[in-house]
Write a protein that binds this ligand. Structure first.
Ligand code: F0G
Length: 524
């Protein structure tokens, strides 16, 4: 066994087997723009047109020259990568640059504070932890207030300046004749019981927010989520097309706790809203869930429901953000002003790993900075590349955003025309800008065994990806949660020739599926 083989077999052998079965188990040795190259059997480079785009981390394509130059400049200057507990000017400048984009696109002026992280999932966990920390501090403040009211009311009853009416005793469900000590114990007990409830997150069905211990519980796919359900608090999921369920969930879960006031010489009970909801987490365009677009009406409805119970909204722009949809923040196109916004993927310019969580000033708890940190987060290298990336995206008055929107329109026109010509094959076209999905009809009835088999085993999109790669040298994938939808997330450098190549390949694919042509589908 060669050393290389041994390494591969230890690093996710099952995954490799599966890539081999699809015929996509190549090693890419070079990447440039939307093209990846592997070395073919004759020793020459074989180009592959990459529509997977690092699953959305390559808005500027592979190894964009300006990003590579920034990396070279960084090392030429001998800049240290890891010097924690010192000023991090590049990270500070990224935070400032993101604020100015956010202010412009959303028309707000409030500062958003930045907490840096290493991956998309970690930036989501930062948001979850911060939101929960904020909720816990709100609970603490409420408890202190109620305790103060109990002490004041108790003193008033003891000194005879207030009475404890039977209606108050009855309102708390206590036996008639109970004294103030029983009232205080009941109020305190109910507060403690509410405070002991586990935190509760709200999220959308089909949502994807990462696979760490906390974030996997707000990621909807049960196959990913349920094996780890006992490890972290649970979310309540709401279908995007049935947002009335959100109102029902909030009505069912919201809670009050009793407080006491002294009014007109008598102790009375008043109900106080208890902060139950840690946060509502959503993507503006669901990516891994199969490209589902949240529209303005849905955003308004979610915002109104959350505001009514002071539940912050975490907008996960890890995939939709960084210019892909025609604006830096996809949420700005539907007026969804975030309490928290997460960015990762393209933030490192397709070269570094970087992620950040922005927290709206009004909700920010500076103490959190002492509670969440990581050795690698906010490092000088990824921050320098993130800064260069934001500069490139913001250059020329937003030329990149306009280009992403134009290219998206061209691709949508291509997919729509394909659907018109092959309505029996193509079911739906979804998305915005360079975040698009093409859904296929169910193929379980295909006369071609490999097509039917893939459809039956929920791997149809992967089989299609294998065909496109082997026969047309085009790379794209479905997702594990939406296996009949292919995702297209090319870079903004996409050319007319590259679009034409996709057109040819998809038309050939549609013809093969229509003809139920086993031989053609398994070729290559
Ligand atoms: N949030 C969103 C919206 C994502 O799309 C992803 C990853 C994450 C969070 C997690 O980020 O992988 O850096 O930890 N999405 C990939 C996908 C896996 O297939 O769309 P990560």
């Amino acid at each position: 066994m060669s050393t290389a083989t041994a390494e591969y077999e230890l690093a996710e052998p099952l995954m490799l087997q599966w890539l081999t079965a699809l015929g996509v188990d190549v090693e890419f040795v070079r990447g440039e723009g939307n093209t990846l190259y592997f070395v073919g059997p004759d020793g020459t480079e074989v180009p592959v047109l990459d529509y997977a785009g690092g699953y959305g981390s390559l808005i500027l394509g592979h190894n964009h020259p300006a990003i590579v130059d920034a990396a070279r400049d960084f090392f030429d200057a001998g800049t240290p990568v890891l010097a924690q507990a010192a000023r991090q000017p590049a990270a500070s400048r990224v935070a400032a640059a993101l604020n100015s984009v956010l202010h412009r696109e959303f028309g707000v002026t409030e500062p958003y504070f930045a907490v840096f992280a290493n991956s998309g999932a970690e930036s989501v966990e930062v948001a979850l932890k911060h939101a929960e920390f904020d909720r816990v501090l709100k609970v603490k403040a409420l408890a202190e207030e109620i305790t103060g009211h109990l002490e004041a009311a108790g003193a008033a009853v003891a000194s005879g300046t207030a009475v404890l009416p039977e209606t108050t005793v009855a309102a708390l469900g206590l036996p008639a004749g109970s004294g103030f000590d029983a009232v205080a114990a009941e109020v305190g007990g109910r507060l403690a019981a509410s405070a002991a409830r586990p935190s509760l997150f709200l999220a959308l069905e089909r949502g994807f927010h990462g696979k760490l211990v906390g974030s996997i519980q707000i990621t909807h796919n049960p196959a990913f989520r349920t094996p780890f359900a006992t490890m972290a608090p649970q979310a309540r999921f709401v279908p995007l097309d049935r947002l009335d369920v959100l109102d029902e969930v909030i009505a069912a879960e919201r809670a009050t706790v009793p407080d006491v006031v002294v009014e007109g010489g008598a102790v009375a009970v008043v109900q106080r809203e208890f902060p139950v909801f840690s946060a509502f987490v959503l993507e503006v365009i669901q990516g891994e869930g199969g490209i589902r677009v949240v529209d303005r009406a849905a955003a308004e409805r979610i915002r109104a429901a959350c505001d009514a119970v002071d539940c912050p909204i975490v907008v996960d722009e890890i995939q939709s953000g960084m210019g892909r949809t025609g604006a830096f923040f996809a949420g700005s196109l539907i007026g969804l002003v975030p309490d928290y916004v997460t960015l990762a993927k393209s933030l490192g310019g397709g070269v570094a790993k970087s992620a950040v969580t922005l927290v709206r000033g009004g909700r920010y708890r500076p103490e959190f900075e002492l509670l969440h940190s990581s050795t690698f987060a906010k490092d000088a290298f990824s921050s320098a590349l993130a800064l260069r990336t934001v500069e490139l995206l913001e250059a020329d008055g937003g030329a990149v955003y306009r280009r992403a929107a134009e290219l998206g329109d061209e691709l949508i026109a291509l997919f729509t025309s394909l659907r018109e010509d092959f309505p029996d094959v193509v079911k739906d076209v979804r998305g915005k800008g360079l975040m698009l999905g093409l859904e296929f009809h169910d193929q379980t009835g295909s006369a071609a065994p490999s097509i039917a088999q893939a459809a039956l085993t929920d791997t149809f999109g992967y089989a299609v990806a294998g065909y496109l790669f082997r026969v047309h040298r085009i790379r794209t994938f479905p997702t594990a949660s939406a296996t009949t939808t292919l995702r297209f997330e090319p870079s903004v450098l996409l050319t007319a020739t590259e679009i034409a190549r996709l057109d040819v390949a998809l038309r050939a694919l549609a013809a093969v599926l229509r003809a139920q042509d086993e031989h053609a589908f398994t070729a290559g």
